[in-house]
Write a protein of this length. Structure first.
Lengths: 1047, 555
């Protein structure tokens, strides 16, 4: 340790004679990776004037030539610089790499130095994600933190589709818990909406020993975010301004689909193969000129009929729907922070705005964020009080679905090219008409009709706290916070006619909900030293969380005008329907923690939490979650004194128990009856067909056809007094190390966790009747994995400096127990159950190429629909026939390995950062194969179909084209399963810093490119392995320019 | 504070919901549960239907094809049309219908338990309501029996644990009798009329029990082969139907079309019907969406989805000879030329034909351009289960259509033909003749709505009563079977009739062999006797009960 502290050096030290003249000295303080250090104390020794560095590491201070400026930072040896006559800009670098080790890590109601950590905690390096085009720190973290797995799409609002910490531990809800300024929330958008320049630190608690202080909600991991409270600026207002403008395009990531004539050729070939007159199926769309000889078919030409469905107003099209639906999007992101502070108080105000005008036409997103953070010390630092308030207001218009429920993004790939975008007049949207088309809508039309839709989200998140220190080392803190969300979605559905399809009733629909969660926590901490070597830290506390949610929907029909302004509830003259409900829950907890540190060498942490929850059944009202962990700083042992290899070496191990209660509904434990006046199943569980399924209790006993109905009650749920949390037990072992004078540092963690009592809702025999399902603690899973983080600090060569960071993580989860009656709800059959597999594994048939002749078919196991040129399925159970029992496990949607790599280079005023990440060990579905190799009677297909098997063309993997598909080749099989591993260069950023003369203290301009290069298996034919089906918006390539300025 | 009141701090009571204790000993709650049990028989599911039999009874028969956009569009029905149900684990239809019918049964049982727990003083209508609930329960079991044959039957006294021990291995005879007990209780305890007409009454229970006894009369062995026609049961059918007929409460409407229009629903012919409503304060109305796919696709006023296309065979069956009688033996030899042939007027109440008024609207005659997939399914469409877009009962939700028109479960024409059938099989065919001719006379008179805009009829109608001469039992049987087909065509009775009569295999394979030449999509269709008379027991239900249920033969 001493060695480490000695490794401080001075980068620039200019000593010279000078004038005794007081002037403003500017400077920047960085660490050995040239990362700015925020909060370093800068003192002029002679005058005791002091300041601290801002987020960009900058300081300004009044000093005279010859005076000494001394810069100190916790954990590093102070550095002194003497002011020289020509000193203007002073750069100070702490070469001491242990700044990171001395970082304070918030570990739950308290904080520790990183070097004292015993659990598995990732401290997220925020520097590289400060500038991200999405304004969403969560998305920007993809691939950067070992053990944090993120999947996303290109949706304008930046919503993330999946966030997993150490994999999927349960069958239900795998979402982590967020703790923001000490206040818990389960809503990821609270974190995603935080302006990156407002975030001071992000820590991820990954193992049970670290998480258990959060008890029954922690088993999916905990993300702890602390926001900035400003620093001591000596009462001067400091500003920081970040601005980015981005251009997004998905153009290079489109699926290649057939044009109008080629689709006709493919349909002809498939019809002829089926022995079906192509004109019978598609004669309304195409004229087929062929020899009418099924034995030896020859196609002379295919001509699209001049009008769709014979309608003279709709000339046939040759439409590339992807180019119709998508456009280049512009994203602007501006963010201004003002901070002021002195040694007693500080204030930081942040204002940010982001707009995205949408890759998909007519979609858009706008978000405005504001935050105020204030901190004040009183009574000689014996009392600290503070307030943090963050407000986010966003509006979004997203992609929509057509009348039949198909997404516009799906239609952009699959809609028939012969349908034109517009009718002859060039303004009326055209649509399918006549025989041979699917009942799908024009996706641009659907988006146009949905352009008045808007979802407004107003999130308010904040806390106030008071901490007092009545006696030395005793801290009593009370923290009260609220997470408040107002959601108002407006959906306007105008009437329209488009080809044969129409909507005949217009409506205005509001869906709103109000969510409020309040948390009041009280803690008492005491630090106690017994002699010089025994350090104790005690923590005890309580927490009370109340959550309320109110839902309301209102729908009005019958609007005589179809303008945006006319669609108000009062203007409708038709049916009115309203629905609404209220739910809520309570969580009351006590917790405690004991840290013991012997001489910085041996570290022990014990935690326990007791949660009482209104969700738990009456027989299980309280859950207790204990954990213990220990650390051993081997490098501090005597026997390590003389070695020079390790500058740091620490072993960590922990065990713990945590819970998950996220999938328990607020009233899941009760036997309940409800009145359901005219409820449809879709109102409860969503779904397309479900909107046509009444589950109501009202009935016209009088026989009248209209009017209010008498209504009754129905049982909706059976009681479960035993309902409780899911329990995860975890063992974690890790090592932290730094070698070769800190040139290489890193950490490795191994974990093994078992989750039991996983909450499932087993399907029950229908004979038991309606409302007899209940949620029970049934299944078990195990999950094992490891994480490795490696950093190489490059040797400095003059002005050239570089660092390389690598991270790897692996997890494999499997179901170890699943009650038999629940299994039908998951993939698997009697021979190949899901036991031993993850719910994210793929279950289907194995294939063995194509049948080449009738003789092969006859010799093969019985396969309904088999024939020459058809896919041959494998009789895995050797019973002589191909049926559902031949399915087996053929792939997984989650990777075996996720990895990321970042290179940072600085040269003089230039900086360059390249970041890439990828996944490996993933075999999954290639959606393009479904449309490129197989014919679809309704959807367009790719050019791969022209490689289809014929008796003359047998050397192919594309089956003979068919529209009948008697062989059911769209079934899940390894025909579609390929290696879906990939590596993406996600972010390349090049910056140039200017040291301006006036007003500004620092200006950095940068250019950034995102998602520019994709490396994938050549067998994977879809453009982007991250877009696993056609519904999500593609992840675009993004080019940005921006500026970071301090003044 | 929060340290002191831990217990209270965790209290959170459900909002807007009732607990079991709220429902105890309250006649209001019991009445509400009865209402909910009625609601359940109308709680339809487009892909798990419980009241519309278009997929199960019409597409599986020779009346109609699936329709829609090719054979892959709602493939489950295509599988049923091809009798290709070798994989009984389909997620839609077979399993959902089973589930939905048991939802109805459980609502009746829940209500029965609540009603049973009240005294007559607390709940003066106790007996009547019990009778109604047993009627509703029997209705759902009867439907299940037609579809799955072997179903677990239990009553309201069965606890959850008991239910999980009730298998589906009850003999056919015992199963019918158990369901019959419910109808008999209803007959014994219901009044002839109820002030709320949607409620079951005594006559409806008699008619329904007659229907059950008629099915029961044709005794089946385990492989669905009809082994005997039980004369005692037939006699019961005669007695029960006679009670309905002689009550005078019901009669044939003057026009058969009255049965297919919302304006004339709950008319003199409606013995028991499921009620639907629109503009009732619910989101889309409590509508019949089970037939929601079945509108002409290309017609601008509908714009989806062209399912349930009439078969050529059915159209041919409506042709008549010079005597106005069916072409029993020659009807299907050629494709009927509708420009020259004489037909039964019921054709234009049933089938959408190019140029003929569709659903009685002469201003918008049916056009071949309305047809979705003529290459596969031909140019005919159906119309009985549909309403005009201009009807006040019609509502389009998303792509599909719903209607507030009742679904008739038992009509008076059915009562007449059930009695006629019983007479014929009893060898008393002379008594059947006037019944059948009553139906034919009404059909012949049902032309008022059929005229085109120019006042002419779209078809040449010639429909005559059967003469007394040559009215042998065999001829009468043939005439009865033909009459049932034409009277209830596309309403989903046909397949179940064929199975009851024991002629499903011969009739349907004969139909397929000719029809597949006209409609090659039927190439792979084949009806397998001993299997295809009934749906498979859903594999999921067998799993949920750990193999308690026995799969139907052949699956």
């Amino acid at each position: 340790m001493r060695k480490l502290l000695l490794m401080c050096s001075l980068l620039i030290l200019i000593v010279s004679e000078g004038y005794a003249q007081s002037r403003m000295i500017k400077g920047v303080v960085t660490d050995n990776a040239s990362k700015p250090i925020e909060g370093a104390t800068v003192v002029v020794v002679e005058t005791q004037k002091a300041t601290t560095t801002d987020a960009a590491g900058n300081f300004q201070i009044q000093a005279e030539n010859g005076q000494t400026i001394r810069v100190s930072y916790v954990g590093s040896k102070p550095v002194s610089v003497i002011v020289a006559p020509d000193s203007k800009d002073i750069r100070i670098q702490f070469k001491d790499s242990n700044t990171a080790l001395n970082e304070l890590v918030v570990t739950g109601y308290t904080s520790e130095r990183k070097k004292d950590l015993t659990g598995s905690v990732s401290v997220v390096d925020l520097t590289p994600v400060k500038n991200n085009s999405s304004g969403n720190t969560m998305q920007a973290l993809q691939g950067r933190v070992p053990g944090l797995f993120i999947e996303k799409d290109g949706s304008v609002n930046g919503a993330t589709s999946r966030i997993l910490i150490r994999g999927a531990n349960t069958l239900g809800n795998n979402d982590p818990l967020y703790i923001i300024d000490g206040i818990p929330t389960t809503r990821p958008e609270v974190f995603q909406n935080l302006s990156p320049s407002n975030i001071a630190s992000v820590q991820i608690l990954k193992d049970a020993s670290a998480e258990s202080i959060y008890g029954s909600r922690a088993s999916n991991g905990v993300i702890i975010v602390t926001t900035k409270t400003g620093g001591n600026t000596e009462d001067k207002v400091a500003f920081q301004f970040n601005s980015t403008t981005s251009v997004e395009s998905e153009k290079s990531l489109r699926f290649k689909m057939l044009n109008a004539v080629d689709r006709g050729k493919a349909l002809w070939q498939a019809s002829v193969n089926d022995g079906q007159d192509p004109a019978a199926g598609y004669g309304d769309i195409y004229s087929f000129d062929w020899n009418n000889n099924y034995a030896n078919p020859v196609l002379n030409s295919v001509t699209p009929k001049p009008f769709v469905g014979g309608d003279p107003n709709t000339p046939v099209g040759n439409t590339d729907w992807q180019s119709v639906l998508y456009k280049t999007a512009i994203v602007t992101n501006n963010d201004l922070t003002a901070s002021i502070g002195n040694k007693n108080s500080s204030l930081q105000i942040n204002f940010g705005n982001i707009t995205n005008n949408g890759l998909v036409k007519f979609t858009k997103y706008g978000r405005t964020t504001g935050s105020i953070n204030a901190l004040s010390h009183a009574f000689n630092n014996k009392a600290t009080f503070g307030v943090n308030l963050k407000i986010t207001n966003s509006n979004e218009t997203l992609t929509t679905r057509d009348l039949g429920g198909a997404s516009t993004t799906f239609l952009a790939v699959t809609l028939a090219p012969t349908i034109p975008v517009y009718q002859k007049d060039g303004t009326t949207y055209a649509g399918e008409l006549g025989a041979g088309y699917s009942d799908r809508n024009n996706p641009l039309h659907m988006q146009d009709l949905a352009k008045w839709n808007n979802a407004n989200r107003l999130n308010t998140f904040g806390n106030v706290f008071l901490e007092i220190q009545p006696i030395k080392n005793l801290f009593i803190k009370s923290n009260y916070g609220a997470d408040n969300s107002n959601y108002l979605s407006k959906v306007i559905t105008p009437t329209f006619t488009e080809g044969a399809l129409s909507r005949t009733t217009n409506s205005l629909f509001f869906d709103q909900n109000h969510y409020l969660s309040t948390t009041w926590s009280n803690t008492i901490r005491y630090n106690y030293d017994l002699g010089a070597n025994n350090h104790f830290k005690f923590l005890a506390g309580t927490e009370y969380i109340k959550t309320f949610t109110d839902f309301q929907t209102t729908k009005k029909e019958g609007f005589s005008l179809q303008t945006q302004d006319y669609f108000t509830l009062d203007a409708g003259t038709g049916n009115t329907t309203v629905t609404g409900k209220s739910v809520g829950n309570r969580l009351l907890s006590e917790f405690g923690r004991l840290d013991y540190n012997y001489s910085g060498k041996y570290l022990i942490a014990l935690t326990v939490r007791r949660d009482g929850s209104s969700l738990f059944g009456s027989n299980n009202r309280y859950g207790i979650f204990p954990a213990a962990s220990a650390g051993w700083r081997i490098d501090k042992e005597g026997f390590m004194k003389d070695q020079t290899l390790f500058s740091e070496l620490k072993l960590r191990a922990g065990v713990g128990m945590v819970g998950n209660q996220a999938v328990i509904g607020d009233v899941s434990r009760y036997a309940l009856y409800a009145t359901r006046y005219g409820t449809t199943l879709a109102q409860l569980v969503g779904g397309f067909w479900e909107q046509y399924m009444n589950i109501g209790t009202a009935y016209s006993l009088s026989g009248a056809n209209t009017g209010t109905l008498p209504s009754g009650f129905v049982q909706i749920q059976a009681a479960n007094p035993d309902l409780k949390w899911e329990t995860t037990k975890e063992v974690n072992a890790g090592i932290d190390f730094a070698i070769l004078h800190d040139k290489i540092s890193g950490s490795f963690d191994y974990f093994s966790r078992n989750t039991t009592g996983i909450l499932i809702t087993p399907p029950v025999a229908s004979a038991l009747g309606e409302g007899q399902t209940k949620i029970v603690n049934g299944a078990s899973k195990s999950n094992k994995g490891w994480e490795l983080l490696l950093t190489y600090h490059g040797q400095q060569h003059g002005d050239f400096n570089y660092n390389v960071t690598l991270n790897f993580s692996h997890f494999r989860d499997k179901i170890t127990n699943l009650p038999e009656n629940v299994r039908p709800a998951y993939p698997g059959n009697i021979d190949n159950t899901i036991i031993g597999h993850s719910q994210f594994d793929i279950f289907g048939y194995k294939t063995a190429g194509l049948f080449q002749s009738q003789a092969e078919v006859d010799a093969a196991p019985t396969q309904i629909g088999a024939g020459p040129g058809r896919i041959r399925y494998v009789d895995t159970n050797h019973d002589g026939k191909i049926d559902a029992n031949d399915q087996t496990w053929i792939g997984t949607t989650l990777p075996a390995l996720e990895y990321g790599s970042r290179i940072d280079l600085t040269y003089k005023q230039f900086d360059l950062s390249i970041f890439g990440s990828g996944v490996a060990g993933r075999k999954g579905f290639d959606v393009y194969t479904l449309f490129n190799n197989l014919m679809h009677s309704r959807e367009n297909v790719g050019p791969g179909v022209f490689n289809g098997w014929t008796p003359q063309h047998t050397n192919t993997n594309v089956p003979a084209l068919t529209l009948k598909d008697n062989n059911n080749e769209g079934r899940t099989s390894d025909y579609f399963i390929v290696n879906t591993s990939y590596f993406k260069i996600r972010n390349i950023q090049i910056g140039y810093s200017i040291q301006p003369k006036a007003i500004f203290t620092r200006i950095r301009v940068f250019a950034m490119a995102e998602n520019v290069f994709i490396f994938k298996s050549k067998n994977y034919l879809s453009p982007d392995p991250e877009r696993i089906d056609l519904d999500p918006v593609p992840i675009p390539k993004i080019f940005s320019f921006g500026v970071n300025a301090s003044f | 504070m929060i340290f002191g009141s831990c217990k209270k701090a965790l209290d959170y009571a459900p909002k807007g919901l009732l607990s079991t204790s709220d429902l105890k000993s309250s006649s209001t709650a019991a009445e509400g549960l009865v209402t909910a049990a009625y609601a359940a028989i109308g709680n339809g599911d487009m892909i798990g239907p419980i009241y519309s039999k278009w997929a199960y009874g019409s597409v599986r028969s020779d009346d109609a094809y699936k329709g829609g956009g090719g054979t892959g569009d709602v493939g489950e029905i295509d599988a049923m049309e091809h009798y290709n149900l070798v994989t009984p684990s389909m997620d839609a239809f077979v399993s959902r219908t089973w589930k939905n019918l048991f939802k109805s049964i459980s609502r009746a049982n829940v209500a029965l338990r609540a009603v049973n727990s009240l005294s007559d003083a607390e709940y003066p209508k106790k007996k009547i309501r019990i009778a109604e609930l047993r009627f509703l329960r029997a209705h759902s079991y009867f439907t299940m029996k037609l579809l799955y044959k072997n179903v677990p039957i239990f009553d309201e006294n069965a606890t959850a644990a008991d239910i999980l021990k009730v298998s589906n291995t009850l003999s056919n005879e015992d199963a019918w009798n158990k369901i019959a007990d419910d109808f008999q209780y209803a007959i014994d305890n219901l009044p002839d009329s109820q002030s709320e007409l949607a409620r079951a009454n005594k006559l409806a229970a008699e008619a329904y029990l007659a229907k059950l006894r008629l099915y029961q009369a044709y005794e089946q062995d385990a492989n669905h082969h009809v082994t005997n026609i039980n004369q005692t049961r037939l006699q019961e059918v005669v007695t029960l139907t006679q009670a309905v007929i002689s009550s005078g409460k019901y009669s044939l409407s003057s026009d058969i079309g009255d049965n297919f229009l919302p304006e004339t629903e709950n008319g003199p012919e409606s013995v028991f019907a499921i009620q639907f409503t629109i503009n009732d304060g619910t989101t889309a109305g409590r509508l019949n969406f089970e037939d929601g796919l079945n509108y002409p696709h290309g017609a601008p006023q509908y714009g989806c989805c062209g399912f349930h296309a009439a078969s050529q065979n059915l159209v041919n069956a409506y042709t008549t000879d010079v005597n106005g009688l069916p072409n029993f033996d020659t009807f299907n030899n050629t494709i009927a030329n509708l420009a020259t042939a004489t037909v039964d007027p019921r054709l234009d109440h049933t089938v959408g034909i190019d140029g003929h008024p569709y659903k009685y609207d002469p201003t918008k005659p049916f056009s071949n351009s309305w047809v979705r997939d003529p290459g596969v399914y031909g140019n005919f469409h159906t119309m009985r289960d549909q309403q005009l877009a201009t009807s006040s009962s019609y509502f389009k939700l998303g792509p599909f259509m719903g209607t507030a028109k009742n679904v008739d479960i038992i009509r008076y024409d059915d009562v007449l033909l059930m009695q006629a059938e019983a007479y014929i099989e009893l060898g008393q065919q002379a008594s059947a003749l006037p019944l059948i001719n009553q139906i034919r006379a009404r059909a012949a008179a049902s032309t008022g709505r059929l005229k085109k805009l120019d006042g002419t009829f779209p078809s040449n109608y010639n429909l005559q009563p059967y003469p007394v001469t040559n009215w042998t039992q065999a001829y009468a049987r043939k005439a009865l079977q033909w009459e049932r087909r034409l009277e209830f065509a596309t309403e989903g009775e046909r397949f179940f009739d064929l199975v009851r009569w024991g002629i499903a295999e011969t009739t349907l394979n004969d139909y397929i062999n000719i029809e597949k030449v006209r409609r090659p999509f039927l190439n792979t269709a084949k009806f397998t006797a001993g299997r295809d008379e009934y749906l498979p027991i859903p594999q999921s239900e067998i799993l949920f009960t750990n193999g308690l249920y026995k799969q139907n033969p052949g699956y």
